[in-house]
Design a binder for this molecule. Sequence first.
Ligand SMILES: [Zn+2]
Ligand SMILES: [Zn+2]
Length: 495
Amino acid sequence: MQKLVALLFTISFFLIPLSQAAASPGGTDSSGGHTCWTNCSKYGLETGEYHYHDANGNIIKDNPKPQPAGLFTDTGGHWAEANINLLYELGLVGGYNDGSYGVKKSITRAEVAAIITRHLKLPSAAPSFTDVTSKHWAYSSIGAVAKKGIMGGYSDGSFNPNAAITRAELAAMLVRAYSLTGKSSISFKDVSTKHWAYGVIQVLLHNDITGGYPDNTFRPNSNVNRAEFASFLARIIRNHDVHIAGGEITAHFINVGQGDSILLETPNGKNVLIDGGNRYAGDEVTDYLTREGIGSIDVMVATHPDADHIGGLIEVLKKFPVKRVLDSGKVHTTKTYTEYLTLIDQKNIPMDIPSKGDFLNIDEDIAVQVLNSTYSSSDLNESSVVLKVVHEDVSFLLTGDATMENEANMTQQYNVSADILKAGHHGSSTSTSSSFLNKVQPSITILSYGDNSYGHPNSAVVQRLKSIGSKIYSTYNHGNIIVESTENGFTVEEG
Ligand SMILES: [Zn+2]
Ligand SMILES: [Zn+2]
């Protein structure tokens, strides 16, 4: 049965482009019309325009194709629909009051400034262009992209916020905004090596962000419409681990209810996922990763095989490319554990079991050391992989469900001091001893828990944290907690 479905799927996939490829009059769909893809201007049609032929072969255009429902009135079935939807889900684009997205509208310089600022979370800045007053809707975004050198003004001091953007200009902006590099061997007949945008267009090609047109042109002077823009940006988001943090490290303590899940975005754009919460939190985690524009996981860490840590990793393994798994090596007998392991095996993902003291090679701008990994212990929590992550002046101590005994061992062998502590075992009484806290001296502590019958967090633990002056953030009270390093410390946000 499954094979048959797959076969049907394959057949339908090949059928659609064939019927659409026909010029005039060719195969028609169930509505009796078809889309023009070749020599369209010859028939008075635009490329991609849907039309019918009457009995005499005349073209009838005024009979609109029944559109499948889309997020916007003009995106259902549109070639860029998936890309527009992705940007919408990420909160980067919206539509117009009439319910349309404006697929054919030229995108303006102000719109591009606003979208890039939103996506890269650029700090607002005040621009000094003659035609952008503080009342302009994109005032602080225009200031932000100008300050970062992503977009500039004109020699007369203006910015031209409502002007359209050409494909060559957009190429240059995207390369600057996303620090894209590379060179392609492809060349276009309308972009000579002397063209001012030759280099940046080569970079886009190298990164598979555009392939140009079938007639071997790039059309550098054509204006970019909103559908095309969505596709350029969506490809950047999908193809690259976009380096948003600007040389900083961001730790997301994802609210997974009762459990742990931590995403680290390293300074050079590597994504590390430590635990995934319970099985039921899997969708929560994958949605979160998608919203953050994460395309793949460079390192997945399963601190120990308890279900509230590895359960949600199953959904992540199903939906995301995972390049490497770090596991405690502690074996468990549950269905959840077996499924987790089976997926790693099926997908041929390399798996390592680290030893205490190991430094993990993830990103040259951070140091990640394993302070605990004790799979020989009979206790699951005791086997927790504990990581200390340091980036310049900011340090994190991520303890899984490590116990007080683990804490005592770590204190003896390593420098456990850290600015940010993810307290062990959801704030349980079995972790976070006074002597440990005295050594760690965290300025903030994260408690990751949800509704539970275990009494997490234990009131004595909370009291101990308060007594050393550590500020407490819990996923239960604050939701997702995002800690980002800055030039002189770190910031904490709820999101
Ligand atoms: Zn546990
Ligand atoms: Zn746990």
